[in-house]
Design a protein around this ligand. Structure first.
Ligand code: HEC
Length: 115
């Protein structure tokens, strides 16, 4: 093998594992997106804890996301409320958030109730 080939083999040998590690690291990071996303997109109306106990939440009369009325709904129903909106005041996030992000938020709403 000439020295260029050796160098290429070394670089590939170094880069490939690094990419693999980044890929593995990215998966849990994506799952952690949901709390940050909720805080930036939803907390103004729903409160950081989902209770709706914030001025905007009280004005709009949002339901506590931790309450049975919300928790007993299926994931599909919650996904629909976030994707297509609900009533006159809950905005639709279709096209603004990806399906994965919305799925993460549904999981986050479930987690809220466990606390
Ligand atoms: C502009 C204020 C506002 C923002 C921002 C907002 N919501 Fe809402 N949301 C509401 C209101 C008001 C309702 C109640 C709608 C109704 O029942 O008529 C609601 C209802 C919901 C429901 C259904 C609850 C139920 O009673 O069935 C879910 C789930 C929900 N919101 C999730 C979210 C998520 C997740 C976000 C962020 C991506 C978000 N909301 C952002 C105002 C908001």
């Amino acid at each position: 093998m000439n020295s260029l080939a050796v160098r290429i083999v070394r670089i590939v040998g170094l880069v490939a594992p690094t990419m693999g590690m980044l890929f593995l690291l990215a998966a849990p990071l994506r799952a952690q997106d949901a709390p940050a996303l909720f805080k930036s997109k939803c907390a103004a109306c729903h409160g950081p804890d989902g209770s709706g106990n914030v001025p905007m939440g009280k004005t709009l009369g949002v339901t506590d996301l931790k309450a049975d009325a919300v928790q007993k709904q299926t994931d599909a129903q919650l996904t629909d409320s976030i994707t297509n909106g609900k009533g006159a005041k809950m905005p639709a996030y279709k096209g603004k958030l990806t399906d994965d992000q919305i799925k993460g938020l549904v999981g986050f709403i479930r987690d809220l109730a466990k606390k």
